[in-house]
Design a protein around this ligand. Structure first.
Ligand code: MLT
Length: 385
C-alpha cells in the first residue's frame, strides 16, 4: 500500500495541470477550444535567441555539467540587463544566481529559510507556487488578501503583529499575476520598513516587469531604498522572450539570501543547461525591439478583449502591465469558468484557483490572436453571463 507524505496529501493538484485535463476532455469531444488559460506566450522565441542556441549546441564544452551558480557570462548579462532596464547595479559574482526558471527558485527558497512551523506571507490571490513551496517546507503560509479596494496590494497594517513576528519570508509579485495590478516604489519602501521591523526576507517575483503598456514602466523592488538589505528579486525569461519551455530565470539581490537558495540548489539540481544559458545571454544582450513588438501585439489583444467584455457587462479595468485581464464576474468563479469551457469552448482560469480572495473573478490570458479573442467574445455573447 503506497502512502503519500502529509505535505503531498495537503497539496491540491497544480492549478494549470487540472485545467489542462479539463481542456483535453473537451478537445477529445472535437470542440475548437480557445485557450485563454495558462500564461504561455503563443508567439515563438525570437530567431536571434534560437540561433544562439543552435550555435551553442555544437560546442561539446557546453554539454557537461554546468556550474552551480550559473555561467558567469549569463550572470554578467543579467547584471548588465538590470543596470540598463532597472537602473540597479549588481555584482554578477554573488548578487546574481541562475535559475531553471523562476518557478524553480520560488519553490526552493522556502527550504532555505523556513523551518517546520515557520510562517511565510503569501499574496492571495497569487501564483500558486508561493503557497506550495511553503507547504513543501512544512511551513505555514499566511494569506495576505489582495483586494480591489486596496488596488490589489497587501495591507501591511492588517497583518496581525504575532503573525508578522513569526514570519520569515514574504512573497510579492508586481506587476501582479493574476490581478495585473502594479506597485509603486513608495509601496516597496513600505515593504522594506516592514521587513526590517519584523526581520522578514522579501522575495519579489518580477516575471512581468517588461510586459507593460501605455508608456508605463514597472519599478524593480530593488529600486526601493534598502531593498537589497532585506530581499531578492526573481526573474524569468519565459514571458519577456517567449521562452517558457526553455526553463531559464535568475535571482538577484542580497548575496546572503542568494547563497542560502544556492545551497539548496547545489544539493537538488545541477544547474541550467549551458546551451540554454547562452541563448539567455543572446536574449538579455541582443536587440530588445522584439519585447516592444510583442507588447504592441498584447495591447491590441487587451483592447479587443476589454471592449468585448465591457459590452457583455463585465467589470474590467485595462491593465497597464502583464498579459492578464482580471474580470469580476457574476457568481462563483469556478462555475463561470466551467460554463465558458463547456458551453463556449473557452479556457479561462477561475480566480479561486489563485486563492480564496480570487473568488468572483476570472483571469483571461492574452495568448490568442485578436481574431480568436473576437471569436471568444462572440461565443460569450450567446451565453447568459
Ligand atoms: C500562469 O499562467 O499563471 C503561470 O505563468 C503558469 C505557470 O508558471 O505554471
Amino acid at each position: 500500500m503506497i502512502k503519500y507524505a502529509e505535505r503531498i496529501n495537503s497539496l491540491p493538484p497544480y492549478l494549470f495541470a487540472a485545467i489542462d485535463k479539463a481542456k483535453a476532455e473537451i478537445i477529445k469531444k472535437g470542440v475548437d477550444v480557445i485557450n485563454l488559460g495558462i500564461g504561455d506566450p503563443d508567439m515563438p522565441t525570437p530567431p536571434h535567441i534560437v540561433d544562439a542556441m543552435k550555435k551553442s549546441i555544437d560546442n561539446p564544452a557546453r554539454h557537461k555539467y554546468p556550474s552551480y551558480e550559473g555561467m558567469l557570462s549569463f550572470r554578467t548579462a543579467a547584471a548588465d540587463w538590470y543596470r540598463r532596464t532597472m537602473n540597479v547595479t549588481l555584482n554578477s559574482e554573488d548578487e546574481v544566481l541562475t535559475l531553471i526558471g523562476s518557478k524553480e527558485g520560488i519553490a526552493h527558497i522556502p527550504l532555505a529559510f523556513l523551518n517546520p512551523g515557520d510562517v511565510s506571507l503569501v499574496p492571495d490571490p497569487g501564483y500558486p507556487v508561493y503557497n506550495i513551496g511553503s507547504i513543501l517546507a512544512s511551513a505555514k503560509p499566511f494569506k495576505m488578501p489582495l483586494l480591489a479596494g486596496n488596488e490589489f496590494l497587501p495591507d501591511l497594517d492588517a497583518i496581525p503583529k504575532d503573525v508578522a513576528k513569526k514570519a520569515k519570508l514574504m512573497f510579492l509579485n508586481y506587476p501582479n499575476n493574476p490581478t495585473s495590478a502594479t506597485a509603486s516604489i513608495k509601496f516597496f519602501e513600505e515593504v522594506v520598513d516592514f521587513a526590517n521591523e519584523f526581520e522578514i526576507i522579501v522575495v519579489h517575483d518580477d516575471a512581468y516587469s517588461e510586459m507593460t503598456y501605455d508608456g508605463y514602466k514597472a519599478p524593480s523592488f530593488l529600486n526601493a531604498s534598502g531593498a537589497k538589505d532585506v530581499g531578492i528579486e526573481m526573474h524569468s525569461l519565459s514571458k519577456t522572450y517567449n521562452m517558457t519551455g526553455w526553463r531559464l530565470g535568475f535571482a538577484v539581490g542580497n548575496s546572503e539570501i542568494l547563497a542560502g537558495l544556492g545551497k539548496v540548489k547545489t544539493n537538488v539540481d545541477s544547474g541550467a543547461f549551458e546551451v540554454i544559458q547562452e541563448a539567455g545571454v543572446a536574449a538579455l544582450t541582443g536587440p530588445q525591439d522584439c519585447v516592444r513588438d510583442m507588447n504592441n501585439i498584447y495591447k491590441e489583444r487587451r483592447d479587443a478583449l476589454l471592449t468585448g467584455l465591457k459590452e457583455l457587462g463585465l467589470d474590467v479595468k485595462p491593465p497597464r502591465a502583464t498579459f492578464y485581464v482580471w474580470a469580476h464576474v457574476n457568481g462563483k468563479a469556478a462555475d463561470f469558468s466551467k460554463m465558458l469551457l463547456e458551453k463556449a469552448g473557452i479556457v479561462a482560469t477561475p480566480g479561486i484557483g489563485f486563492g480564496e480572495y480570487g473568488e468572483g473573478y476570472v483571469r483571461f490570458a492574452l495568448t490568442q490572436s485578436v481574431d480568436r479573442i473576437n471569436e471568444a467574445v462572440n461565443r460569450m455573447r450567446k451565453l447568459d453571463i
